[in-house]
Write a protein that binds this ligand. Structure first.
Ligand SMILES: Nc1nc2c(ncn2[C@@H]2O[C@H](COP(=O)(O)OP(=O)(O)OP(=O)(O)O)[C@@H](O)[C@H]2O)c(=O)[nH]1
Ligand SMILES: [Mg+2]
Length: 201
């Protein structure tokens, strides 16, 4: 998959404002700070395309990126960011849920999970909602370049997949990524190309 065009389109606060071109969309979702915006920059090869910040809660709107004038990457706000007010959290959750549950053009959502932390109930709960909303998804375990003492990424990933297998059969595809080393870029882009080919024309 070659990306010859990657351009910010606009930001939206609700599903019904989003573009009506009908192009397929690939959305990125996960807890605040997990690396959604960074992964979009890695995939497109454009470092400053999606705004990245060390402070969780950077992305607060539904951001659309035009890829090759054929499809969109969609950067979503993170869920579970405790430092914003409860009412703002509810507002953001409503925005994310409204987009995911209603969006007909959504071809696939990538759910990002930090490979450096043991399974979190909030992630498992969120993924179980994806079933209710009938959104096809794949998992991306992020920040695999990090090597902190006492952190066993392979164990975290295995434990996450094991926990998910209690409710999901078969398990969704999963990828390992690092926006620092570029790991996972080719595999994720290949998968996007595969999904695009499988869509009805
Ligand atoms: N080491 C490492 N750091 C990463 C990686 N991906 C993202 N980061 C860092 O993690 C922080 C958050 O990255 P973002 O891409 O802004 O995360 P996000 O999920 O979009 O966050 P919100 O928009 O706040 O929900 C930044 O400091 C990034 O530099 C990675 O693969 N490896
Ligand atoms: Mg972001």
């Amino acid at each position: 998959m070659e990306i010859h065009k990657a351009e910010f389109v606009s930001s939206f606060t609700a599903e019904n404002q989003c573009p009506k071109t009908g192009w397929p969309e690939f959305a990125f979702i996960g807890r605040s700070n997990v690396g959604k915006s960074s992964l979009i920059n890695l995939l497109t090869g454009r470092k400053g395309l999606a705004k990245v910040s060390a402070t969780p809660g950077k992305t607060q709107l539904i951001n659309f990126f035009n890829i090759n004038d054929r499809w969109y990457l969609v950067d979503l706000p993170g869920y579970g960011y405790a430092k914003v007010s409860k009412s703002r959290q509810r507002q953001l959750a409503g925005m994310i849920e409204g987009y995911l549950a209603k969006r007909q053009q959504l071809a696939l959502a990538f759910v990002l999970i930090d490979a450096n932390v043991p399974p979190k109930q909030a992630d498992l709960d969120f993924i179980n909602n994806m079933g209710e909303w009938q959104v096809p998804f794949a998992l991306v375990f992020t920040k695999t370049d990090r090597h902190k003492k006492g952190v066993h990424q392979a164990d975290n990933i295995a434990a996450f997949l094991e926990a998910l297998s209690q409710t999901w059969e078969p398990l969704p595809p999963h990828f390992l990524s690092s926006s620092v080393t570029g790991a996972g870029r080719a595999e994720i882009l290949d998968y996007i190309a595969q999904v695009l080919r499988s869509l009805p024309t």
